[in-house]
Design a protein around this ligand. Structure first.
Ligand code: CP3
Length: 345
């Protein structure tokens, strides 16, 4: 990093500073709620072709920055590119979301990290392009899905309510499930490191399904792999900063925040503000506005933005949602959110 580069606010907070106003970005800030995204998407082929087109992915990444002036861009990609790169068969169906050919203990051997390293080159090229085009005072966030969440999609073949296939594998064939988690852990270290090498300033791990595990398995398949990923990435990139988002962690949130080594923890919208405040003694927090409140907008949203800012001020805080922007969100509500976060309290 050239020394003349102003340090982005997001990185200052990840290093332990408290900023007022806090830096603001939103999970899933690029996407269908933006007309310019829908226009680009319409001419970009399948969703995965779009993700593997460096020019299109870079453009989609920058769209919400151009429109709203957010403090950070998050690479336009998906958590399932790692599964696709490893050799699982992944497809995104219109209106259905991801569909995979379910992986089994018998087919696990087909997944290869060497394949992923080549296959995901266009993703790293997109990172380079974004970094070259993005205002140096704004941060670029790389990301990956955490092993448990990616394992859920691989085992189920799609989203699920009860995760019965993933859990049946976890409890029925524990050795092979541990091998799957270990493979995904190594693949994730590689994928995050490559994004950092290509110019990402920090990375986020999305563990969207962390909340469906009993506490013992949460320790084994959420906390332990996350700790290994943090250690592996920091071994290759000692200055790397990592945000962890264990959605739905509930009573296990403190264990995650304190035992994984992440620099910041994402709070879903169920986390009470005083619980987030307590975590700020040891690390930065990010979140936790309900994305439906962003969709609703108005006085209810304004009131909650003030409450979140007040609860987390004076300690390291990154303003964000408690989950991703919903497709029906009016873009003007995002502009109003950014203005409210930056307004005098
Ligand atoms: O945040 C951003 O703006 C960056 C891009 C990003 C996408 N997906 C683009 C996307 C990120 C960070 C993700 C993460 C992701 N993907 C997660 C973790 C976060 C979470 O929501 O819990 C998960 C579980 C996935 C898997 C996934 N991808 C699902 C379940 C779906 C279908 C549901 C949906 O929202 O459409 C996707 C598709 C997807 N990923 C879209 C986008 C913009 C929509 C596809 C389209 O435009 O046709």
């Amino acid at each position: 990093m050239p020394s003349s580069r102003p340090e982005p606010a997001l990185l200052r907070v990840l290093a332990g500073e408290s900023l007022d106003p806090p830096p603001v970005w939103l999970m899933r800030q690029a996407g269908r709620y933006l007309p310019e995204y829908r226009a680009l998407r319409a001419k970009s082929g399948s969703f995965l072709e779009f993700c593997y087109n460096p020019g299109a992915a870079a453009e989609a990444t920058l769209q919400p920055i151009t429109r709203f002036g957010l403090d950070a861009a998050i690479l336009f990609s998906d958590i399932l590119v790692v599964a696709d790169g490893l050799g699982a068969k992944v497809e995104f169906r219109e209106g259905e979301g991801p569909v995979l050919e379910p992986l089994t203990p018998e087919s696990l051997g087909r997944l290869k990290i060497a394949r992923m390293q080549k296959y995901l080159e266009p993703v790293y090229e997109a990172v380079q392009r974004v970094r070259a085009a993005l205002d140096p005072a704004r941060a670029l966030i790389g990301f990956a899905g955490a092993p448990w969440t990616v394992a859920c999609y691989l085992a189920e073949g799609m989203g699920s309510r009860d995760f019965a296939a993933a859990k049946a594998w976890m409890w029925g064939k524990p050795e092979s499930f541990e091998a799957l988690i270990e493979l995904l852990t190594l693949a994730t270290i590689e994928h995050l490191s490559r994004q950092l090498e290509a110019g990402a300033d920090c990375v986020q791990l999305f563990d969207s399904w962390a909340g469906v595990l009993p506490s013992e398995e949460f320790r084994g398949f959420v906390v332990a792999p996350t700790r290994e990923i943090v250690r592996g990435v920091k071994q290759r990139h000692p200055n790397a900063r990592i945000i962890g988002f264990p959605r739905g962690a509930g009573a296990m949130l403190e264990a995650y925040a304190h035992e994984t080594g992440v620099d910041a923890v994402g709070l879903d919208y169920a986390v009470p503000l005083e619980k987030g405040r307590a975590l700020q003694k040891r690390l930065a927090v990010q979140g936790n506005l309900d994305p439906v409140l962003l969709q609703v907008g108005g006085a209810a949203m304004q009131g909650r933005i003030r409450a979140i800012r007040a609860a987390f001020s004076g300690k390291p805080h990154i303003f964000n949602l408690g989950h991703g922007v919903l497709p029906a969100t009016p873009p003007e509500h995002v502009a109003a959110l950014v203005a409210a976060v930056r307004a005098d309290p």
